[in-house]
Design a binder for this molecule. Structure first.
Ligand code: PMV
Length: 323
């Protein structure tokens, strides 16, 4: 029998995503099981490109400008892959982001989604989407969503996975990312989540009220109701940050520019411009807007201290090339 041809190198480009209804807090189980569901949009132009091949050595070799801690996370991900799929192989990986890493711009989401898709392809694991999403989740909770494009939901079962709610084309919104500080953040999301769950009196309320936010956001998607999506998204974002602000010691990711942008976006919205903000575990602000609001948003973002504005749109389908 002719052996099945094996690809030697797989290159995957996966996009970052931003949650409109946030994942914040893990369930009491291994593998980044989320305490709540979440709903995100893929960011079409913020991407990780990862090249994966088998290593000729008995160890994983990682070429990247990631710090040592991030490289160890990749090795732990490969350890999980070896034990879960009984593989006796090590990997050679080259990975890079086209946007600031570890600064609250979801580089771990695009990074682990790219790795999961690449491993699945290189090792012919033939995982269906739900399992591929679960595999990405073991690297980083938010990565479960980056294996799809468009509007994506995490279903928080005992073995949580994501699925697409709606394609990007079904509601082609724009996103503007305002980078206020591209440095690595001082506290990573895993540690911040732990501290919040352990010390914030608001954490339980966050978990308890989250279902309503999810329901509102999904209803808003179904009816293309921008105002309703804006309300649910800003509420979820501000509640998540409220749990951090009330942790011991408190976690405050915002810079002065972050708050100035929030004010400006709120002012736009009260003038009838279709725009709202969301902020992850970092000082950057993502502004989601209708296409016709792009210029008004960009004009309003003339804030001194903003380092970069990245214009993108909802999208983010992964791309694979094989050599
Ligand atoms: O996947 P992690 O561990 O980087 O956590 C992501 C947490 C937030 O970005 C703040 C929220 C989210 O749902 O993406």
């Amino acid at each position: 029998m002719t052996p099945t041809p094996r690809n030697k190198t797989v290159t995957v480009s996966a996009a970052a995503n931003v949650a409109l209804i946030k994942y914040w807090g893990k369930a009491d189980a291994p593998g980044n099981q989320p305490a709540t569901g979440s709903l995100s949009i893929g960011l079409d132009d913020l991407r990780t490109t990862t090249k994966l091949a088998y290593s000729s050595q008995r160890e994983d070799v990682i070429h990247s400008d990631l710090n040592d801690q991030s490289k160890q996370r990749i090795t732990r991900f490969f350890d999980h892959v070896r034990s879960e799929y009984e593989l006796d192989r090590y990997f050679l990986v080259e990975t890079e982001n086209n946007f600031p890493t570890g600064a609250g711009l979801a580089s771990s989401a695009s990074g682990f989604a790219a790795l999961a898709i690449a491993v699945n392809d290189l090792c012919h694991l033939q995982l269906a989407n739900h399992d591929l999403s679960r595999l990405a989740r073991t690297g980083s909770g938010s990565a479960a969503r980056s294996i799809y494009d468009g509007y994506v939901e995490v279903i928080p079962t005992d073995d949580a996975y994501a699925e697409q709610v709606m394609s990007a084309n079904a509601w082609p919104l724009s996103v503007i990312v305002a980078v206020t500080d591209a440095e690595q953040k001082s506290i990573g999301s895993t540690e911040a989540m732990k501290r919040t769950a352990a010390t914030s009196g608001y954490y339980k309320a966050w978990v308890d009220t989250h279902l309503k936010d999810m329901a509102d956001a999904k209803d808003a998607l179904q009816h293309r109701d921008f105002e309703k999506l804006a309300d649910a998204s800003e509420r979820s974002c501000l509640k998540m940050h409220a749990t951090m602000l009330t942790s011991q010691p408190p976690i405050l990711y915002w810079r002065a520019e972050t708050i100035e942008i929030m004010h400006r976006v709120q002012a736009l919205r009260s003038d009838g411009v279709g725009a709202f903000f969301t902020i992850d575990a970092g000082p950057q602000v993502k502004i989601v807007c209708t296409d016709d609001a792009k210029d008004a948003v960009t004009d309003a973002l003339d804030v001194s201290g903003i380092q970069t504005l990245i214009q993108t749109r909802v999208g983010g389908a992964p791309r694979i090339t094989r050599q």
